[in-house]
Design a protein around this ligand. Structure first.
Ligand SMILES: Nc1ncnc2c1ncn2[C@@H]1O[C@H](COP(=O)(O)OP(=O)(O)OP(=O)(O)O)[C@@H](O)[C@H]1O
Ligand SMILES: [Mg+2]
Length: 462
């Protein structure tokens, strides 16, 4: 009788080893190897169905001779989702949708399937997480279209694949890839071996049938999509749904997209009737911005779209050594750098104070252009002076702060300024742009920017 061999997979990078060791030889991470019993030995074939030695060679074809249907993307009817996907779902593509628990992955995919079904496409929702009654409850919130979506609740990979073959849907959602269980493998569902196997099998049928498949994926403590990184290589598109669960704003961004830009971001708000697209998020954030000390509006870019968000800071004296540095929505290292530059170049030294920085609304800004906003919010919080003008309108700014205290240009200055002008937030403090921009109060250094903001604050107080 054949003995089943055990092998070990790295849960970080997917590296396979024959013996357990504390450190993965593939990525060098510690304690990531997990046991995954191997399936029966595969026939001698490559991972993509390659043939054994001695098989006939394939004939290469020039790309212009490959038949490709004209752009026939499947529009999900959710504009923000379509935009992040690069114009809609591509038939036969595999999309991985990651996000933390309860963020709204099932809601988003349920709505998308409802719309696609209503538009006459064949759809299928395969859930391994919830009972049909629970799924129905959600669909009732989402409306008539979502109630019409054909649904199966199944955790067996073989059964899901068989259903795909039988139903041949245009679009299928598998919620979630971690719940699928391949019979040939004895690892627990969600283990590296199982997730790899399930994603591989689903990809094979999806490509063959031309179905677009959205795989919902869980997210680990560290924020990566659970399962090996190979999953991210396998799929065509990796979307990440994030936001604070307690706040209603959610952002959807593409980490990888074979058919579009990865810079696009969609903003949603969770309401009782499902996720609502926020078409003009700037208006929301500016309306919510306060005129209190420590608040400033950042003209940020989310992909190709300018977005005004409020950055808030609180500075409180402390006896704790080292003092606390808490950053929500911005990078913690960036905050440490800004504090150091402030202390050196014209700002207060905050070594004896706890510092909290928060981007309001649960938004994350991952761009250096946020530096100046953080710096100005900190100074305003430290001095207890608001940056808003006498009319209570908040100060808008953007720009990267360099280590030598200079203010460095960032991309799309014109769009950032234009967005602020739209909401009457001129003048905007920012780095000098390559061309003259109306409404931009250009500053070359952090010191100059502080001075400009200070004048404004004093005027407001006076
Ligand atoms: N009646 C309601 N009104 C407003 N929001 C609601 C309502 N019911 C549920 N929600 C929101 O929907 C979220 C759950 O959505 P959903 O089930 O789509 O999340 P999920 O990402 O699929 O979660 P899981 O990881 O458990 O699968 C809740 O966290 C809550 O924020
Ligand atoms: Mg769910």
């Amino acid at each position: 009788m054949a003995r089943s061999r055990t092998s070990y997979f790295c849960s970080g990078c997917g590296h396979e080893a024959h013996a357990w060791s504390g450190r993965c030889a593939g990525c060098g991470e510690w304690n990531t190897l997990v046991e995954a019993p191997q399936a029966a030995p595969q026939p001698a074939a490559g991972p993509r169905g390659g043939r054994a030695r001695g098989a006939a060679a394939s004939t290469p074809v020039a790309l212009r001779d490959v038949s490709a249907p004209a752009d026939q993307r499947l529009r999900t009817g959710i504009l923000e989702l379509d935009r992040v996907l690069g114009g809609g779902l591509v038939p036969g593509s595999l999309v991985l949708l990651g996000g933390s628990p309860g963020i709204g992955k099932s809601t988003l995919t349920g709505m998308a399937l409802g719309n696609l079904g209503a538009a006459g496409h064949r759809v299928l929702y395969a859930s391994g997480e919830e009972s049909p009654a629970q799924i129905r409850l959600r669909a009732e919130r989402l409306g008539e279209a979502a109630l019409a979506v054909p649904t199966i609740t199944e955790t067996s990979l073989e059964a899901v694949v068989a259903t795909l073959e039988a139903e041949r849907p245009d679009v299928c959602v598998i919620d979630s890839i971690q719940t699928l269980h391949a019979e040939g493998l004895s690892g627990a569902p969600g283990s590296v071996g199982q997730v790899r196997e399930a994603a591989g099998a689903v990809m094979e049928v999806a490509k063959r049938l031309g179905s677009a498949v959205i795989l919902v994926g869980h997210v680990t403590k560290e924020g990566a999509v659970a399962g090996p990184r190979v999953l991210e290589h396998l799929v065509d598109c990796v979307l990440f749904f994030e936001g604070e669960r307690e706040r209603s704003f959610r952002t959807l961004r593409a980490l990888k997209n074979r058919f579009g830009a990865t810079s696009e971001v969609g903003v949603f708000e969770m309401r009782s009737g499902g996720l609502v697209e926020v078409e003009d998020p700037s208006a929301r954030f500016v309306a919510e911005a306060s005129a209190a000390p420590g608040s400033v509006v950042l003209c940020s870019m989310e992909g190709t779209r300018p977005l005004l968000v409020e950055v808030q800071a609180l500075v409180a004296p402390t006896e704790i050594v080292p003092p606390r540095r808490v950053a929500n929505g911005i990078d913690r290292n960036r905050l440490a750098m800004i504090l150091a530059v402030l202390a050196r170049h014209g700002g207060p030294a905050l070594g004896g104070a706890d510092v909290f920085v928060n981007v309001a609304g649960g938004v994350r800004v991952d761009e250096p252009g946020a530096d100046l906003a953080v710096a100005l919010a900190l100074v305003s919080a430290h001095r207890g002076e608001p940056l808003a003008d006498s009319g209570g309108r908040p100060l808008a700014c953007f720009g990267e702060v360099g280590l030598t205290g200079e203010l460095r240009p960032v991309g799309h200055a014109d769009r950032r300024v234009a967005e602020a002008l739209k909401f009457g937030l001129a003048p905007v403090i920012g780095p000098r742009a390559s061309e003259q921009l109306d409404g931009l109060a250009a500053a070359d250094t952090l010191r100059a920017a502080l001075k400009a903001s200070n004048r404004r604050g004093v005027r407001a107080v006076a």
